[in-house]
Ligand binder design. Structure first.
Ligand SMILES: *Cc1c(COP(=O)(O)O)cnc(C)c1O
Length: 388
């Protein structure tokens, strides 16, 4: 499968079929597996065979999902988890110990920020944030006890981009691990491992599922790192359910098609709204007016499905706008076939102080729009009528 194209891998990297010759992947709803002999079971538990043992470890459905994502990201190994946050947490916990330090971009997913700020101090792990737009700050933050650099690009929700080539080279120079949350771009648009990332994390809940049905997460990357993460996950139990893995593996079959349409629709809407008199700003990586347009062009195949708009008139105007939408719903999710709007300052990022929000670009008028797969004119028209 390694020499096949993305679309083919996403469809054909399938588990071996059973004697029933299923065409589509069967679903293995079984908590455990049986062994023909006591010796077979001993060998499996002692890593002398790769027989399935128990679905907290791996299951044929989670294996299929993991193998596909590894192929798509160009990774050696992976571990699938119940949610994106479980992938992030399991990765952190398997790598870090008390006394360690991490460096992260300042705009990270709200729950990841909460892990850094609320729980890291409790475990005597320290962190430093670099301003997402200033990667040259990173070097000054490195300490002897720094373990990894962590980043998201494009960032949520401000849609800023970080140059993966620059940070990849920095991490290598200083012998630090680089971990990238690649949820917004998906491997179809951007493959951080090409730039030196050691681990790539996804909330599969978003574009990988793509239809707002199931939660899931995955971490893929270097085999020796993933092996530790797998052993930690196998013991502590954040594992992905076989059913969700089955759904997600099927969803990947259409990832390329869906992403092409998300990107086409988003670019259309972003271009049409850019310069609208009711808006202070429209942000989309593939708009030439985007401050990081050159980075976007270098590392992304297309701009992705998320745009942000900033309405004039702050929170009051933002609320009015959201309430006037007819088709598009207010929800915290993204990456769904249905377009979704979110007001980060009052919801996903409400636990940050106003000052913290402003440093990561979350103003009171900022609205995140996850552009869905509906007809692009219908999406645009709903946004326009609400603006007017
Ligand atoms: C949603 C999201 C997560 C968390 O994923 P869950 O599946 O909701 O746990 C992490 N990172 C980013 C960028 C996200 O958008």
């Amino acid at each position: 499968m390694k020499n096949k194209h993305f679309e083919t891998q996403a469809i054909r990297a399938q588990m071996e079929r059973s004697d029933n010759n299923e065409h589509s992947a069967p679903l293995y709803l079984t908590s455990s597996f049986v062994f023909d002999t006591a010796e077979d079971m001993r060998a499996a538990f002692n890593d002398e065979s790769d027989a399935y043992i128990y679905s907290r470890y791996v299951n044929p459905n989670t294996s299929e999902f993991i193998n596909k994502v590894c192929l798509l990201e160009g990774a050696e190994a992976g571990f699938a988890t119940a949610t994106g946050m479980a992938a992030i947490f399991t990765t952190f916990m398997s790598i870090l110990k008390a006394g360690d330090h991490v460096i992260s971009c300042s705009s990270v997913f709200g729950a990841t920020h909460a892990v850094f700020t609320k729980y890291f101090p409790k475990w005597n792990i320290s962190y430093s944030y670099f301003n997402t737009n200033k990667v040259d700050e990173i070097e000054k933050l490195i300490k002897p006890e720094t373990k990894f650099i962590y980043l998201e690009t494009p960032t949520n929700p401000a849609i800023e981009l970080i140059d993966l080539e620059v940070v990849g080279a920095l991490a290598k120079k200083h012998n630090l691990l680089l971990i990238v949350d690649n949820c917004f771009a998906t491997p179809y648009l951007q493959q951080p491992i090409k730039y030196g990332a050691d681990l790539v994390i996804h909330s599969a809940t978003k574009y990988m599922d793509g239809q707002g049905r199931v939660l899931g997460g995955i971490v893929v990357g270097k085999k020796e790192l993933v092996n530790d993460i797998y052993l930690f996950g196998r013991l502590t139990g954040p594992s992905l359910s076989p059913f969700n893995a089955w759904v997600l593996s099927k969803s990947l079959e259409t990832l390329a098609l869906r992403m092409d349409r998300h990107c086409e629709n988003a670019l259309h809407v972003a271009k049409a709204l850019d310069g609208n008199s009711k808006l202070e700003n429209v942000s989309y990586p593939f708009l030439p007016s985007h401050p990081n347009y050159n980075i976007a062009k270098k590392q992304m195949k297309a701009g992705g499905g998320i745009i942000t708009i900033t309405v004039k008139g702050g929170y009051e105007a933002a609320k009015l706008f959201l309430d006037k939408l007819q088709m598009i719903k207010i929800s915290p999710n993204l990456g769904d076939a249905r377009s979704i709007v979110t007001h980060p300052a009052s919801s996903t990022h409400c636990k940050l102080s106003e000052a913290e929000r402003l440093t990561v670009g979350i103003t009171p008028g900022l609205i995140r729009v996850s552009i869905g797969l509906e007809n692009k004119e219908d999406i645009l028209n709903d946004l326009l009528q609400a603006l007017n």
